[in-house]
Design a protein around this ligand. Structure first.
Ligand code: CAA
Length: 253
């Protein structure tokens, strides 16, 4: 009996945080995973972990906002792992500031990574999905899409990703490709730890306040987000598309 090659997934921003959690989970689910982030070396510990657990993974260094780099990275994944039929657009940065103090560079960098990055990655990967007549794209939005003080840039980008998701779902559906979004609330990562440090609050206190503001009285972990992504990319979720699922423990409005 010949064994079928595993389906190939690309996860952007996968060297740490939510992206690393998603990469680990998709490897457990049986995907060969391209662990993509700005610095290839930073991806290697996640790749090593996946391999140690018996999975298949590849470290890929790529700035998702750079058109040539994206084209080359997706092609490399296709050559070295196989045609990518799952894409998780997770790469993201924050440059929080009040509107009157927000620099044009802080606006542009956030738009470039989240929106331009997701556009370039999706455009490069979709051809493998439409050829295979099967594909899954999951975009990482955020509860910040609904508005968050100090995040005009990030909120606009995360809301933009929801429109992007629904439009790709309409365009790609007939090729067997679903496109959905996961919108995390407060997740314990280096990003939220850095925010706590920046605003001068101990991370434990910051997490406590965030947990209090939810119905489930806890903060989220990368695994919580990975679980939702795992559902969206699963074989059985082929009739679920254009959706945004908030994985946030129901925060107070
Ligand atoms: N013109 C002039 N003054 C103005 C103004 C305007 N248009 N708008 C506001 N101001 C004034 C205010 O009145 C205030 O003045 P006073 O202090 O004299 O009252 C001042 O500007 C702003 O003061 P703050 O101390 O409130 O603001 P700050 O600049 O120190 O920081 C902040 C505000 C950027 C929101 C900062 O607190 C912050 O970064 N908070 C964290 C934001 C956050 O939640 N980030 C989430 C990160 S995690 C994540 O993003 C993951 C995810 O997906 C959920």
């Amino acid at each position: 009996m010949t064994q079928q090659a595993p389906r190939v997934a690309i996860v952007t921003g996968a060297a740490r945080g939510i992206g690393a959690g998603v990469a680990r989970r998709l490897a457990q689910d049986g995907f060969a995973v391209a662990v993509l982030d700005l610095d290839e070396d930073a991806c290697k510990p996640v790749v090593a972990e996946i391999e140690a657990a018996g999975g298949k993974a590849l470290a890929v260094g790529c700035n998702v906002a750079d058109e040539q780099a994206v084209e080359a990275a997706v092609e490399r994944v296709a050559t070295e792992l196989g045609p990518p039929v799952v894409l998780v657009n997770n790469a993201g940065i924050i440059r929080d500031n009040m509107l009157f103090k927000m620099s044009t560079d802080d606006w542009d960098s956030v738009m470039n990574v989240h929106l331009r990055g997701s556009f370039l990655m999706s455009r490069a990967a979709q051809k493998y999905m439409t050829e295979a007549r099967w594909g899954r794209i999951v975009n990482l939005s955020s509860t910040s899409a609904l508005g968050n003080r100090g995040q005009a840039n990030y909120a606009a980008a995360k809301a933009g990703l929801q429109g992007f998701t629904k439009t790709l779902a309409i365009e790609l559906g007939k090729f067997g490709v679903t496109v959905n979004a996961v919108a995390p609330g407060f997740i314990e990562t280096e990003m939220t730890a850095a925010t706590a440090a920046r605003v001068g609050v101990p991370f434990e206190d910051f997490k406590k306040a965030a947990a209090e503001a939810t119905a489930v009285k806890r903060t989220g972990r990368p695994e919580d987000i990975a679980h939702a992504v795992s559902f969206f990319v699963s074989e059985g979720a082929g009739f679920v598309t254009g959706q945004v699922i908030y994985v946030a423990g129901m925060p107070k409005a």
